[in-house]
Design a protein around this ligand. Structure first.
Ligand SMILES: [Zn+2]
Ligand SMILES: [Zn+2]
Length: 259
């Protein structure tokens, strides 16, 4: 049996009527991670080391700031993160600053020959190192890492339950499909967790369900547009009132859309 810590949230998410159960799982997990980052994590030296190293992406900085919770805790994390990164920039810069002076005084011929031979100068090396460091900061976030890791655990559990628990399979097959991001994640993960026949069985069911439901959402959006035509004034809205919101979620997954 798979660990309960993952099976319970999976079963709960699949019990909800929604456009993507993985979005439900992800949103809940994300909220927990944000709460944890601004609470207990501040007292954990291991976690502080991780947030100093990875920091947070724009979305998660925004979510923490906008939650209005523990502004001091957020400030403490930003402070130590910046201390660490500022030191790093200073060290990279200091190590090559002398060669900048030298390259700054390169004559015309040297400039041309370096350009032609695409020889890497000391200045190029410094620029490359700085860009590398900035890339790291741009693509790392301790909450995103945690989400990625735990979502992978959830997917492992989903496959496990699908092939071993007939009740779960029945629930799974009765869903409305997934957002495109999580559809891709499920398809990509078959390689890691399923054998050939399992992959074929799962992909057939998944794609039948997905295509049916993508068509349903498209028709709901289409009906929404028709409702702006006076000829359809008196026709019922059906499921189309929130079709624009749900279609965006279907295409892009969790989004902060206001009703
Ligand atoms: Zn999703
Ligand atoms: Zn993030």
């Amino acid at each position: 049996m798979k660990e309960k810590i993952y099976t319970i949230p999976v079963s709960d998410a699949f019990a909800e009527d929604c456009e993507c159960p993985l979005c439900v799982l992800e949103k809940k997990l994300e909220n927990e991670c944000i709460e944890y980052a601004l609470g207990p994590s501040l007292m954990e030296p291991d976690m502080r080391q991780e947030t100093n190293e990875k920091g947070f992406c724009k979305d998660h900085f925004e979510a923490m700031f906008n939650s209005q919770a523990n502004r001091l805790g957020l400030a403490l994390m930003i402070d130590t993160f910046m201390q660490e990164k500022n030191k790093k920039f200073q060290n990279i810069f200091n190590a090559r600053v002398a060669s900048l002076e030298k390259d700054a005084n390169s004559g015309l011929m040297k400039n041309i020959s370096n350009k032609i031979s695409s020889k890497q100068t000391e200045t190029d090396k410094l620029v490359q190192e700085l860009v590398g460091e900035l890339d790291k900061i741009e693509h790392s976030c301790s909450i995103c890492s945690k989400l990625e890791h735990t979502m992978d655990r959830y997917i492992d559990v989903i496959f496990y339950l699908y092939f071993r628990e007939p009740d779960f399979r029945e629930v799974f097959d009765s869903k409305k499909g997934f957002c495109l991001k999580h559809l891709k994640q499920l398809l990509v993960s078959t390689k890691k967790y399923l054998n050939t026949s399992e992959t074929a069985i799962f992909t057939k069911k998944l794609m039948e369900m997905q295509i049916t439901n993508l068509n349903r959402v498209e028709k709901e959006v289409d009906w929404f547009t028709k409702k702006f035509d006076y000829r359809y004034n008196d026709a019922p809205w059906g499921n189309s009132k929130d079709a624009v919101l749900r279609s965006i979620q279907k295409i892009r997954g969790n989004s902060n859309l206001k009703q």
